[in-house]
Design a protein around this ligand. Structure first.
Ligand code: 5GP
Length: 213
């Protein structure tokens, strides 16, 4: 039985090109997972194959700014000249339903979530080496050279912010990385501060202890 019934907000973050997106996909391929993905909103143009409402909600700058004014984002950031933001409502609803909500965001945004929802779990993804990251960014083929350069410079600065996260996961192999995140989520549910209230209720006889299903 799980003592903490509320879902966890799991923030997967790290420099562009570390493989956050593929790790997230691997998490969702796991059987019997209880995850849901919060689709972000962006003003960036869709890449080939990207689907509106699945990869991102693609909107204009005007629309994004209107939503900022309406306080619709848990966080948003400007990244290489484009806005990216996490809609707030969906997350609250899913956490209350007991789902683990995965968000995959860049570093500035993750640090804002840390201020607003310190109870979330913050995972910093790192590449097995600097060269691997730079190669990944160079070989993406979807970005303009100038954007790649900006992404590399940004990644260099962001490596120094790893200490602000709860966990560091090396993306040496995407399935290993996903396994480590699952282990982190399990352990986080068992943390005393998340589970002690329910535990006391059980011990005071207000709740029946159920067998693990
Ligand atoms: P890309 O253009 O490669 O899809 O994303 C650029 C960066 O923005 C990535 O590091 C990605 O994780 C991040 N990102 C995606 N959605 C959000 C979001 O809602 N908020 C923030 N702060 N970053 C995001």
């Amino acid at each position: 039985m799980k003592l903490n019934e509320r879902g966890l907000l799991v923030v997967i973050s790290g420099p562009s090109g570390v493989g956050k997106g593929t790790i997230r996909e691997a998490l969702f391929e796991l059987p019997d997972n209880n995850f849901c993905y919060s689709v972000s909103m962006t003003t960036r143009k869709p890449r080939e194959g990207e689907v509106d409402g699945e990869d991102y909600y693609f909107v204009s700058r005007e629309e994004f700014e209107r939503r900022i004014d309406e306080n619709q984002f848990l966080e948003y950031a400007e990244f290489v000249g484009q806005y990216y933001g996490t809609p707030r409502d969906y997350i609250e609803r899913k956490l209350n339903e007991g789902k683990e909500v995965i968000i995959e965001i860049e570093v500035q945004g993750a640090l804002k979530v840390r201020e607003r929802m310190p109870e979330a779990v913050f995972v910093f993804i790192v590449p097995p080496s600097r060269d691997v990251l730079f190669e990944r960014l160079m070989n993406r083929g979807t970005e303009m050279t100038n954007d790649i350069k900006k992404r590399i410079e940004k990644a260099e600065r962001e490596f120094h912010l790893a200490y602000k996260y709860d966990y560091i996961v090396v993306n040496d192999d995407v399935y290993n990385a996903a396994d480590r995140i699952v282990a982190i989520i399990r352990a986080e549910h068992a943390r005393t501060e998340r589970s002690i209230h329910k535990y006391y209720e059980i011990m005071e006889g207000k709740e029946d202890v159920e067998e693990e299903s």
